[in-house]
Design a protein around this ligand. Sequence first.
Ligand code: COA
Length: 172
Amino acid sequence: MSRFPDVSLVDVDETVLEQLLALAKRDASPDEVAPPLGGPGWNLERTAWFFSYHRAAAEGLTGDAAEKTWGILADGSLAGSIRLRRLTSGSAETGSGTAVAETGIWLGRSFRSRGIGSAAFRLVLSEARNAGVTRVTARTLTGNLGAQRLLASAGAVLRPDDDGTVSAVVVL
Ligand SMILES: CC(C)(COP(=O)(O)OP(=O)(O)OC[C@H]1O[C@@H](n2cnc3c(N)ncnc32)[C@H](O)[C@@H]1OP(=O)(O)O)[C@@H](O)C(=O)NCCC(=O)NCCS
């Protein structure tokens, strides 16, 4: 009988950081995890970005980076990562005078389509709520149906943009 995995979020310390990079290298596309820096694959530039990005986010939403990243644990295994970044102000898209944060998520391929992404997303919405955020935004590609289903199931309003992306807003 299938069951939903037990999903929790963990802080990204140096051990989790090494494990996340190993997971990303063996079980994800580099472009799902990091910006397209320095050419294909996990070149030096992309790897350096990965370390400095997560380390800068270690201080959390109130730190200089205004961002927090977590490792996603599923039944005790590291499955991927999710992030939350506080935006300075609302936009036309989200409304002014609101506390807005954006999110993004990736899972290792072998962890996908088992409800882990949806569970991690619910946990990050709860973190956002606790931090006083009132709207969470995300952006994904038009062809990324899994991400769009995940966002819609969490109550996001989706809007296709004319650059091949879809923007999503969850009102908390
Ligand atoms: C997008 C991603 C996070 C989704 O996480 P997941 O654990 O696979 O998703 P879930 O199993 O929780 O499923 C969420 C919903 O999407 C649907 N879904 C999952 N994979 C799908 C796919 N490949 N195609 C269509 N629908 C899909 C599920 O049926 C579910 O729908 P429901 O809520 O209506 O039942 C994961 O696939 C991933 O890491 N992809 C690569 C990185 C990425 O695209 N990140 C998102 C950028 S914003």
